[in-house]
Write a protein that binds this ligand. Structure first.
Ligand code: FAD
Ligand code: MLT
Ligand code: ZN
Length: 453
């Protein structure tokens, strides 16, 4: 290992091979605090060529590598648990070009989402992906996890934004598919395949993303509703009124109470409701007035507050959920990001607490998420470590009963490996394993993540 470290220092420079335990601490524990391991070294290459030489050298030594961006992943996929080398993309942080005419952004994989959003806004454009981890999550990370997020309801997931990628394969070869063309239909969609590959097929070093035109005028409402059915009816009424949904988020009464307690906020309404939705809409003229009219005629609406634009004050209630759950739980939050058919949300949300109450009365469920996508973030607080697996199993089997998915947007990582068969057939798993072997026959890229065996 000393020889390998020496060679890595030759490639990236001595200051960019980190081994001091205090210095690497942040690289070997994940955001949830549930996954912590150790690493032979954290390596911080400055460009695609250095990534290529680092990987070729690790490949020659048969040393496993974990690619890491902002380390905000929530399924244990971004940290080394068995001494793997961490390849940090932090220095791949150059925004190369915003093409305002072609509506594209070219950037290094280590660019933070928020920095890319600011660069696009400087040209009157926007990224089609937004998520609460924007200040830390990287472009390479949202591509590698095929992140969904807040804007999915209007622009789709990260895969829908990817026009091209530059990536380095396990053996150091550089794969570049970089066509700033609306249409380029030659062969397999390799960028689409690398999107969502969670660091197991290649290290993404540069991304070429489409940009979108942001809505000129929006309005935001935080509104209490009787049940999930009322939330979906409100969504339909908004669309029927000719408004566009920019975001559609669901929270529960318990969740709002938790956020208010953890963030010292006032409960947003006088009259409480079982569920609260946060909706941001856009429209040709006066979206705020149109929204108030829709709310007035919708059944199941209990109490609400409407504000012009992207109301940060209202969004704060939703975006504080992840941190509030983490600060309130006495154990690392068990985060089960799932999806069910939209029509099943009400049934699933009604059955889940019953399921938990019967066998795990001490667990506090906190459910919230991007409900118009059928995506519920089941966050379970105070789960005793020895119960994590059986609780996960119970929830995922309930999801399977509702024909849902055990991963809506966070990926599989290490956390969900045992349940991957709940969503994929043996033939499907065998083909994904064959693809992984074709890209990385030596099995050095994130070997413990996204397992098909
Ligand atoms: P990391 O955590 O560093 O890595 C994630 C995975 O991608 C790992 O498997 C890693 O090996 C791989 N990887 C990272 N960079 C590369 C690369 N350059 N090449 C190859 N593989 C790579 N996620 C959502 O989808 N929607 C949300 O709404 C959302 N909200 C969040 C809110 C909070 C407060 C937090 C903490 C997280 C949230 N997340 C959400 C999860 C997380 O932000 C996303 O998964 C994000 O895409 C991770 O980006 P990252 O740069 O932190 O990647
Ligand atoms: C979010 O949407 O805030 C995250 O994806 C959910 C989570 O933290 O569980
Ligand atoms: Zn989410």
């Amino acid at each position: 290992m000393a020889e390998l470290r020496g060679d890595l220092e030759q490639i990236v420079g001595g200051t960019h091979v980190l081994t001091d335990p205090d210095v690497v601490a942040g690289y070997v524990t994940d955001w949830t605090g549930n996954w912590h391991g150790h690493t032979a070294a954290v390596v911080r290459p400055a460009n695609t060529d250095e990534v290529s030489r680092v990987l070729a050298r690790c490949h020659r030594a048969g040393v496993a590598v974990v690619p890491q961006g902002g380390n905000t992943g929530l399924v244990g996929g971004s940290v080394p648990l068995h001494g793997e080398v961490v390849l940090s993309t932090a220095r791949l942080n150059r925004i190369e070009e915003v093409d305002a005419l072609g509506c594209t952004l070219a950037a290094g994989a280590g660019v933070r989402v928020a920095d890319a959003q600011r660069a696009a806004a400087g040209h009157g454009l926007a990224l089609g992906v937004d998520l609460a981890s924007r200040e830390s999550a990287t472009l390479g990370g949202i591509v590698a996890t095929n992140a969904g997020g807040i804007a999915f309801v209007k622009h789709g997931n990260t895969r829908a934004q990817v026009l091209g990628l530059e990536a380095v394969l396990a053996d150091g070869r550089v794969l570049t598919r970089w066509a700033a063309l609306p249409k380029d239909n030659i062969g397999y969609d390799l960028p689409g395949l690398l999107t969502g590959s969670e660091g197991t097929l290649a290290v993404i070093t540069r991304v070429l993303l489409r940009l979108v035109f942001p809505a000129q005028a929006t309005a935001t409402v935080l509104v209490g509703v009787d049940d999930a059915g009322a939330a979906l009816s409100l969504r339909d009424a908004i669309l029927e009124a000719g408004l566009t949904l920019e975001a559609a988020e669901l929270m529960t009464d318990d969740g709002l109470d938790l956020v208010c307690a953890e963030k010292d906020l006032r409960y947003p309404f006088d009259d409480r409701a079982a569920y609260t939705v946060l909706l941001e809409v856009s429209g040709p003229d006066d979206p705020e007035g149109s929204l108030v009219e829709v709310l007035a005629r919708c059944a199941g609406v209990v109490d609400g507050t409407v504000e012009k634009g992207h109301a940060e004050r209202l969004w704060h209630y939703r975006e504080s959920h992840t941190e509030s759950a983490a600060s309130s739980s006495v154990t690392p939050v068990l985060k089960l990001d799932i999806s069910v058919p939209v029509r099943e949300i009400g049934g699933f949300l009604a059955e889940l607490p019953e399921l938990l109450r019967a066998d795990h009365p001490g667990i506090r469920p906190l459910n919230f998420g991007h409900f118009a996508d059928g995506n519920i973030h089941v966050n379970l607080l105070d789960v005793p470590p020895e119960q994590r697996e059986e609780v996960t199993d119970a929830v995922f089997r309930l999801v399977a009963q509702y024909q849902g998915s055990i991963s809506a947007e966070h990926g599989i990582g290490r956390a969900k490996n045992p349940w991957i068969g709940l969503g994929r057939s043996p033939v499907d798993l065998a083909m994904m394993a064959a693809i992984r072997h074709a890209f990385d026959p030596a099995g050095i890229l994130n070997p413990h993540v996204l397992r098909f065996d």
